[in-house]
Write a protein that binds this ligand. Structure first.
Ligand code: NAI
Ligand code: MG
Length: 492
């Protein structure tokens, strides 16, 4: 289909075995523009049989891809990165239309997507094993081998960027991939599949099966032919996938969101802290797993901080992604319902609505940047992931109390502290139960740094060289040099 008011074309079928094909039953799903609620187009909606076809294609392509010289694999993946850069404006326009985010944020996502391919491409010929010194009579070494078929189930908040985050390391490590994008935002993944083909990725190495969680997602995550699963999304869906994966003994990498604390101490630069927190909660309309959801602020600077945060929230201009204002709509009608219902919950729980709190009186799924003050950490709005532009501000008296509040949630993805006391910053980094810690900034993780959750926020790590661990399994090889009998026994 052609993106309105542009010359950008996006494929709308399933991409399986290097070919575009409709769903077996002809089924299609509508993807909407969240700025208007109007449909953009229909894409094929995969059935379980379509997922079978895609997994079969990925299995068939696996051995040749695994055995492709690693430097050649690296060159192909680097070429995907180059094409993503060349098509960055187009990809951003598609993403912004389908997902709702302001164009400049979509461009940033696509720059990040290109970066994943570039970053991992260089690792393709450096995935070395080790040699183990077990004594003169045995040569012992490890080899790092791909699993086989990698299932990638992605969400709707950073669709194109997360396609790259998973597919790039999977391919570099020698796996093939079947991607199931979220039903709300399939278009950028389809465009990326086209660019993969143009980059010279062999048929079947990357497959895309748009469709709903049920049947397409569930068929993929329970498939016998899948060798490793990477999922980003909600805790309940992550738990369901992990249970299914138990039946086929398939490893899972799960990135399940957060309820992340941002601590503000009186010795911080309050203007800087407010600017970071504002960006950290309102970017992508708060639909960010690493958002700063809870500002935990010392009582002596509480009023000053609230004043700054409210002023910033009230300064936002909202509009469709293409207008590239400060904030777009929420990505879907369901998310709009969820966020507005949490705002009602916050009011019912007795928190003070200090800024925003309303949906905009216009078409589309727009909700104002919202700040709740006088929040108690036991409230649902402080414990549950809202995934919208809703900041909760919680006061504290002592450092110990602040750290306790920071950790008193089921989640543990990102965390941040604003302070000029280097010891306090390090104490926080030591004590916080979170996979990522930011000091005097937010969104400090890059393509090069490991990223992932403690507690219910997930299992395994994305990004950085550590992500390759999700796509490589270790084989140990022991070679006897001694002649005659040996005394080796199991467990020795
Ligand atoms: P979800 O976790 O259900 O959806 C994510 C992906 O999983 C989509 O591709 C979906 O089709 C697929 N899926 C759904 N059910 C499945 C199943 N049984 N088996 C396999 N795949 C399945 O998330 P949803 O319902 O769209 O959003 C609900 C909440 O999840 C959000 O409000 C937010 O709190 C959280 N979320 C967190 C994200 C993160 O970045 N960690 C991203 C998206 C949502
Ligand atoms: Mg959409």
């Amino acid at each position: 289909m052609r993106i309105p008011h542009s010359d950008v074309d996006v494929p709308t079928d399933l991409y399986v075995g290097g070919e575009w094909s409709p769903a077996g039953d002809g089924g299609r799903l509508e993807t909407t523009n969240p700025a208007t609620g109007e449909p953009i187009t229909e894409v094929a909606a995969a059935t379980a049989d379509d997922v079978d076809r895609a997994v079969a294609a990925a299995r068939e392509a696996f051995s040749a891809w695994r055995d492709t010289d690693p430097d050649e694999r690296g060159r192909i993946v680097r070429r995907i990165g180059e094409l993503v850069r060349e098509h960055r404006e187009e990809l951003a326009a598609i993403e912004s239309l389908d997902q709702g985010k302001p164009l400049s944020q979509a461009k940033s996502d696509m720059g990040g997507a290109a970066r994943y391919f570039e970053y991992y491409a260089g690792a393709a010929d450096k995935l070395e094993g080790t040699s183990v010194p077990v004594g003169p009579d045995q040569i012992d070494f490890t080899v790092r081998e791909p699993y086989g078929v990698s299932a990638q189930i992605t969400p709707w908040n950073f669709p194109g960027n997360l396609f790259a985050r998973g597919v790039a390391p999977a391919l570099v490590a020698g796996n093939t991939a079947v991607v199931k994008p979220a039903e709300q935002t399939p278009l950028s993944s389809l465009k990326l599949a086209e660019l993969c083909a143009e980059a010279g990725v062999p048929d079947g190495v990357v497959n895309v099966v748009n469709g709903f969680g049920d049947p397409a997602g569930a068929a993929l995550s329970s498939h016998e032919g899948v060798d490793t699963i990477t999922f980003t999304g909600s805790v309940p869906t992550g738990q369901a996938i992990m249970k299914q994966a138990a039946d086929t003994v398939t490893p899972v990498t799960l990135e399940l969101g957060g309820k992340n604390p941002a601590l503000v101490f009186p010795d911080a630069d309050l203007d800087e802290a407010a600017t970071w927190i504002d960006r950290a909660i309102f970017t992508n309309a708060g639909q960010v797993c690493s958002a700063a959801d809870r500002a935990i602020v010392h009582e002596s600077v509480y009023d000053e901080m609230v004043e700054r945060l409210v002023a910033r929230a009230e300064d936002y201009d909202l509009g469709p992604g293409a207008e590239d204002l400060d904030m777009g709509p929420l990505a879907s009608a369901e998310q709009y319902e969820k966020v507005t219902s949490y705002i009602e919950t916050g009011v019912e729980e007795g928190a003070t609505l200090a800024a925003g709190g309303n949906a905009l009186d216009r078409e589309g799924y727009f909700v104002e940047p919202t700040v709740f003050t006088d929040v108690d950490n036991d409230m649902r709005i402080a414990q549950e992931e809202i995934f919208g532009p809703v900041l909760t501000v919680i006061p504290f008296e002592t450092e110990a109390e602040a750290f306790e509040i920071a950790n008193d949630v089921d989640y543990g993805l990102t965390s941040g502290i604003f302070t000029s006391d280097v010891r306090r910053a390090h104490r926080f980094a030591r004590d916080v139960q979170a996979g990522n810690v930011y000091v005097n900034k937010w969104f400090g993780d890059t393509n090069q740094t490991p990223f992932g959750g403690y507690k219910h926020s997930g299992i395994g790590r994305e990004k950085g060289l550590e992500a390759l661990d999700s796509y490589l399994q270790t084989k140990n090889v022991a070679i006897n040099l001694a002649e005659g009998e040996s005394d080796s026994l199991p467990g020795a």
